[in-house]
Design a protein around this ligand. Sequence first.
Ligand code: SF4
Length: 308
Amino acid sequence: MKDVLERYGLIPRRPEVIDSSMLKMFMDCPSKFYLRYVLGLIRAYKDHVDAAKFDWGTCWHYVMEAYYSNELSLPHALVAMEQNYPEYITPSRDRHHRSKERMAEALFTYHDKWESQNAEYEVLRNEQFFDVYSEEDDLRWAGRVDQIRRRKRTRRIRVWDHKTSSAMGDLYFTSHELGFQFPGYVWASDQVTPGEVVEEITIDVMYMIAKTTDFFRRTFRYDAFRKAEWIRNVKTILDRMDFMLTNHLYDPGAWELNWNECTRYGACTYLPVHNTAPRGDTRLRVLGNDYKISRWDPRRGTSEGDEE
Ligand code: SF4
């Protein structure tokens, strides 16, 4: 099977380290995990409708990084916005009517709303990448946290995560609280700040739709029991993943398809592959022709070969 894959330029590679998006994708659809993180494939062309939600959020992250790295400096944040704004997101093309001007207005609103609350914290680290192994928990985990802060009054460390959203239903915060991303951030921050116990994370959200912009913050706490529960669950899933990687690295057909996920949140990027009947090498041909290699590295937060 290795030869057949190579014929279509497909080279399976076991990921060196796992982060929360990889784990979540394995849970959602093992086949999707295989295509994205083992074969390392993304679509060869960029779909701007799909990309807009990611590029908008990425730009806001750069803005926040510049703002907090320079003592709440609006000029620095605006420069970061100029440098990173995805110019194709304009009111005429975007269904939420987002624009560079709206992001700039949002930045000033954010500054006014949170300035006094921000003064309660000292920012210890911005954009902290981690790749940690705990001997005690026998777990290796990688990723990036937006900030690590210290609350001046209590001296407690708190992780900080910036998000952008245009859909905030009743369960928006609960879904983040119960997902595996946040406890993973807290666990990893605990490992990189020796001598301190880290248990809290704040989600700092910019919500923007066509009619309105608003900002919300919510804090979640992961004590030792919740962290232990996270570790147990993550390790169970990692064991399943390891089994698949060890036994089926060169066999795309062995990775389960979860058809419930194909059209959730818009169509899955691999829908054209699985929409093709599994006859002979047809799917491999689609993968070889319409997808390109762009391997994700959670330790750097980038993919090799990504388009600018
Ligand atoms: S199209 Fe469906 S089955 Fe295929 S990778 Fe995507 S979610 Fe999985």
